[in-house]
Design a protein around this ligand. Structure first.
Ligand code: NAP
Length: 268
């Protein structure tokens, strides 16, 4: 009895992060931050749905690398109306529930003004907004309805410092992430009464395929020097914050936008 009381007491003061019996959908988990997030959730007991768009080989590698569990692959283009519905239906057919949605998938294409034709600009703008903002919003709409029916859940959106600091050569990307920040805040207000909590993380540069042309190019050293650490983030450093937000006890943070940028871009 004494030990039980002590345990009950300690539960209020220690932090436990376990995702046993939780089902997590990570979009864009074939590589980069999504892969690191899927890996960490699986290692903490979650069942992980590894979503990807084209890159089946890499997605299969992610799946094979996860700690044992009832994980599975799920393919779908977030900019396609029918595929968004199919993603949601498949999750329910195969998993029957979803506790945590990590909206991580995104695309980034440079369109420097001086070197870009209007046709190229128009195409990249539409594609980027359709995937990064609209696709994420539509998937969140579909999944949050299911979370409401089930009595609750958590959604974590992966934004970017680019939403605040400006993206002079990838304006559609910056705009898509600023829109995502606003979307997350609106969803947080709309969904809290249903016990669905919505968080946003805003990484600075992270060592992944998306940023490798910049990090390995002439501006790489300058980018690394933006942080007093003299480096950019590793995918696992973003995954840890996502896990923290997805864990129990962070409900009152709903609506937040958390910077993960090694003090490379500070805002007040
Ligand atoms: N890397 C950075 O420096 C950085 C900085 C700030 C924020 N972020 C954000 O962090 C997140 C992950 O970035 P990352 O660097 O890990 O990216 P990444 O390595 O380029 O991976 C992108 C992922 O998104 C998926 N994806 C792309 N377009 C898609 C579409 N139309 N439908 C469905 N899935 C699609 C890809 O699937 P396939 O592999 O199948 O194509 C892939 O799994 C993104 O939201 C990004 O904006 C990244």
């Amino acid at each position: 009895m004494h030990i039980y009381k002590q345990y009950r007491h300690s539960r209020n003061i220690i932090m436990e992060i376990s995702f046993n019996n939780k089902t997590v959908l990570v979009t864009g988990a074939s590589r980069g931050i999504g892969k690191a997030t899927a890996t960490m959730f699986a290692a903490s007991g979650a069942r992980v749905i590894v979503h990807y768009r084209n890159n089946k080989t890499e997605a299969e590698k992610t799946l094979a690398s996860l700690a044992p569990g009832d994980h599975f692959l799920l393919c779908g283009d977030l900019s396609n109306h029918g595929e968004l519905k199919k993603i949601t239906e498949t999750v329910w057919e195969k998993a029957g529930r979803i506790d945590i949605l990590v909206n991580n998938a995104a695309m980034h294409i440079n369109t420097p003004l001086a070197e870009t034709t209007f046709d190229q600009w128009f195409d990249v703008w539409n594609k980027t907004i359709n995937v990064n903002l609209s696709g994420t919003a539509h998937l969140s709409f579909l999944i949050s309805k299911k979370m409401i029916e089930a009595g609750g859940g958590k959604i974590i959106n992966v934004s970017s410092s680019g939403a605040f600091r400006g993206e002079p050569v990838a304006m559609a990307y910056g705009a898509s992430k600023a829109g995502l920040n606003s979307f997350g805040q609106s969803m947080a207000k709309a969904l809290a009464p249903y016990h669905v909590f919505v968080y946003t993380v805003a990484p600075g540069f992270v060592e992944t395929e998306m940023s490798s042309p910049l990090l390995n190019g002439p501006s790489g050293d300058e980018i690394r020097s933006q942080s007093p650490f003299g480096r950019v983030a590793k995918p696992v450093e973003v995954a840890r914050v996502i896990m923290l937000l997805a864990s129990e006890g962070t409900e009152f943070m709903t609506g937040c936008i958390v910077d993960i940028n090694g003090a490379s871009y500070l805002r007040t």
